[in-house]
Design a binder for this molecule. Structure first.
Ligand SMILES: NC(=O)c1ccc[n+]([C@@H]2O[C@H](COP(=O)([O-])OP(=O)(O)OC[C@H]3O[C@@H](n4cnc5c(N)ncnc54)[C@H](O)[C@@H]3O)[C@@H](O)[C@H]2O)c1
Length: 254
């Protein structure tokens, strides 16, 4: 049986993540893509590759820290050559900046936030686009945050970095449309993950879940389905958009 992403190669940065990263990889592989599971934690990337293989999918790991751009881009160019080019890029790797008031954000923390979310995504995208242009087709999906829609009182550096991704999404969508490249952003709501357990804390996460319209926080598959949709041909007429799977949070203004 043919699948919509048969013959396509997808790269997911931070794809070894136990929350959304691995869910995106599994969802793309289930639709037929060969998935490059990228993560600075090699053991996590390898575990996701094993899981994809166990489900009958195709995947390979890619190590590296996306903020160490020079060596990272050397490895990326090797992957681009060996696979024949990346058709689907998910700029997903991220760090948490939650629970940090303005007064406590120093220059180093600010730079780290920008380096991983903005600079890393920018130059990885720059590296994969020539092959997409040559093929006349590509999908780029930037993982932002619902904080971009209404701000965050304790993560202004994180929200600034994620909001920059929305600007890049719209600019790249316009610049690359004539080459058949679609660029969209996904702005998920809060979920329980390593990042949020460490920064927000379990009790607050529980309270947020109870207060949400559906009475729960997001789970990774809520978001991975949207990413898989944006990666596939069903969304070919969508570009420059931000889709926020947030369980209706913005309706009630949480
Ligand atoms: N968890 C949430 O509530 C939430 C909500 C909205 C948006 N997001 C965003 O979604 C993304 C992932 O969040 P998650 O909680 O699902 O985490 P996750 O479980 O997918 O883990 C993220 C992965 O990114 C990897 N990573 C981090 N920095 C890296 C780097 N420099 N180079 C390579 N890999 C790196 C980590 O090793 C980790 O495995 C982030 O961009 C985050 O900002 C998270």
């Amino acid at each position: 049986m043919t699948k919509p992403l048969d013959g396509k190669t997808a790269l997911v940065t931070g794809g070894g993540g136990p929350a959304m990263g691995s869910a995106h990889c599994l969802a793309l592989a289930a639709k037929g893509a060969h998935v490059i599971v990228q993560d600075m934690r090699e053991d996590h990337a390898a575990a996701v590759v094993t899981d994809i293989h166990a489900h009958g999918g195709s995947a390979e790991p890619m190590a590296g820290d996306i903020t160490e751009l020079d060596p990272f881009l050397v490895s990326l160019n090797e992957v681009i050559s060996s696979t024949g080019g990346i058709d689907i890029l998910v700029n997903h790797a991220g760090i948490s900046g939650l629970s940090t008031p303005l007064a406590d954000i120093d220059q180093d923390f600010f730079d780290r936030m920008m380096n991983v979310h903005v600079k890393g995504s920018f130059f990885i995208t720059q590296a994969v686009v020539p092959e997409m242009k040559a093929k006349g087709y590509g999908k780029i999906i930037n993982i932002a945050s619902e904080f971009c829609l209404y701000g965050s009182p304790l993560a202004s550096h994180y929200t600034a970095a994620k909001s920059a991704l929305l600007g890049l999404t719209k600019s790249w969508a316009r610049e690359l449309a004539s080459f058949g490249i679609r660029v969209n952003a996904v702005a998920p709501s809060l979920m329980e993950s390593e990042l949020t357990r460490a920064s927000v804390g379990g009790a607050l996460l529980k309270d947020q879940g109870k207060a949400a319209p559906f009475g729960r926080l997001a789970v990774p598959d809520d978001i991975a389905g949207v990413v898989a949709f944006l990666a596939g041909p069903e969304s070919d007429f969508i570009s420059g958009q931000t889709i926020s799977p947030n369980g209706g949070n913005t309706i009630v203004g949480i």
